[in-house]
Design a protein around this ligand. Structure first.
Ligand SMILES: [Zn+2]
Length: 165
């Protein structure tokens, strides 16, 4: 079975997105909170320009969202400010650098296919090469140019291996 749902995404500006991708920043701060917990793909904002502009940077698990405290400053790589919420991130791992249509807030990750330029739902356990749509992946799979996706358990195992969890 193929995954056809888009995972949830959040856009983040430089230098923060690069710091998170390098696991040097594990708390993102925002002036708004979310009740969502679980996997997110973090996408680099278009501006300012950086290595992840308009592209998926990393997968993370959002495990908490609470008022920021002084103790969070080091992990957040910024000073405490009024109304700040600490978004606590775990299991950070690099994502394939698929082009994603950025939006505000938490939004469905819609990729732009590297081959045909069409929109597709981006997901971390997506079949084939995650920078392409399903149709292009199926074509390349037939040509033996990409591998089929692992099933859900294999993906979780891979995630555990990568994150050391
Ligand atoms: Zn395509």
């Amino acid at each position: 079975m193929l995954d056809t749902f888009a995972m949830k995404a959040l856009s983040i500006k430089e230098p923060w997105i690069s710091l998170i991708a390098k696991r040097k920043k594990t708390i993102e701060t925002r002036t708004w909170k979310t009740n969502y917990r679980g996997t997110l793909v973090l996408v680099g904002s278009k501006k300012p320009e950086g290595p992840y502009s308009g592209k998926a940077a990393c997968f993370v698990r959002l495990i908490d969202c609470r008022p920021m405290t002084k103790d969070d400053e080091e992990a957040a790589k910024c000073e405490l400010y009024g109304g700040a919420w600490a978004w606590v991130l775990e299991h950070i791992r690099l994502a394939p650098q698929a082009r994603i249509r950025g939006r505000l807030g938490i939004y469905p990750a819609i990729g732009i296919c590297a081959d045909c330029e069409e929109d597709y739902p981006f997901n971390f356990c997506f079949f084939g090469d995650q920078t392409r749509c399903q149709k292009c992946n199926e074509r390349l799979l037939k040509e033996g140019k990409v591998f089929g996706r692992a099933d859900g358990d294999d993906v979780l195992k891979l995630l555990k291996e990568v994150t050391g969890d």
